[in-house]
Design a protein around this ligand. Structure first.
Ligand SMILES: NC(=O)CC(=O)C(=O)O
Length: 275
């Protein structure tokens, strides 16, 4: 099985939406990314992570930002997980949505954040996505020439049932555009990516915005890739950065064969099902 050359882009999020897309285009055109198969962008890569910005920056599926991402995927002949962006539907609901494009620019996946980030940590992070956003209700797995990949957004990763449902649908990699923060990031970020990788014997990929202490929300950054054994293959610091990591799906088969957790489940005693 050929290795999947994956670029993780930890970019700065500007208030100017177009500038965010232009910088993404410039990064993808860099010679170091010439032979990648897959690129993953951060949660809200083109919109400041603030409730007041979501309605202002929201676009319908097929809108300008969607169109530019589709064109970038086609131009570079890559799979592009276009981080996430605020999506407005016909009824005016707004979602935190991640689109996936194939090497021809065709949309092959779409995930609307299912678990909204409503937390209130005393002396720490407060956020209430439900003030402006509507939750999605689909488990998302998409097909590639390498195999199936699952997709969720940030807070979704905290729900082990969702990761397991993606794995039950065939996911060997779980991709997570995400933006943890200075309260939850230090203890939970790496743990969460390693934990979901170990539970499910998958690669996990987290792509976060770079930290900007002048922004309304302070991203933890630390974009990460872990292997199916739970080993961290790459972790950034808080600054803008781009890293390329090779994923070998034979490793998923090897780990699942040697430590057959998924086979050893007592499905006669418990089940997990999607309603
Ligand atoms: N921003 C999120 O959705 C989640 C997050 O920061 C956390 O779970 O912590």
């Amino acid at each position: 099985m050929p290795k999947i050359k994956t670029a993780i882009l930890q970019t700065h999020v500007y208030k100017d939406k177009i500038r965010n897309i232009t910088q993404t285009a410039e990064h993808l055109a860099a010679p170091e990314l010439a032979s990648i198969d897959l690129a993953v962008l951060p949660e809200m890569f083109c919109c400041p992570y603030e409730n007041k910005c979501f309605p202002e920056y929201a676009e319908a599926e097929g809108g300008d930002t969607w169109e530019k991402c589709s064109r970038l995927a086609a131009e570079h002949k890559i799979y592009l997980v276009a981080g996430s962006m605020p999506e407005r539907d016909e009824e005016g609901h707004i979602y935190n949505t991640s689109y996936v494009f194939d090497r021809t620019g065709k949309q092959i996946g779409k995930h609307r954040k299912m678990h909204l980030f409503d937390i209130n940590v005393k002396g720490g992070q407060y956020f209430k996505e439900s003030d402006t956003l509507t939750p999605g209700n689909q488990v998302t797995v998409f097909d590639t020439e390498f195999g199936k990949m699952g997709l969720c957004i940030c807070y979704d990763l905290r729900f082990p049932e969702l990761a397991r449902l993606m794995v039950d649908k065939g996911a060997q990699v779980i991709i997570v555009p995400a933006a943890f923060n200075m309260t939850t990031g230090p203890l939970h970020w790496e743990l969460m990516f390693r934990q979901r990788a170990v539970d499910n014997q998958v690669y996990t990929i987290g792509a976060a915005p770079a930290r900007d202490m002048n922004a309304g929300y302070h991203s933890w950054g630390h974009s990460i890739v872990t292997d199916p054994w739970g080993k961290v293959l790459m972790e950034m610091d808080e600054k803008p950065d781009i890293k390329v990591v090779k994923l070998d799906l034979d490793e998923v088969s090897r780990v699942r064969e040697e430590l057959p957790l998924l086979k050893h489940r007592r499905k006669d005693l418990y089940t997990l099902s999607q309603i």
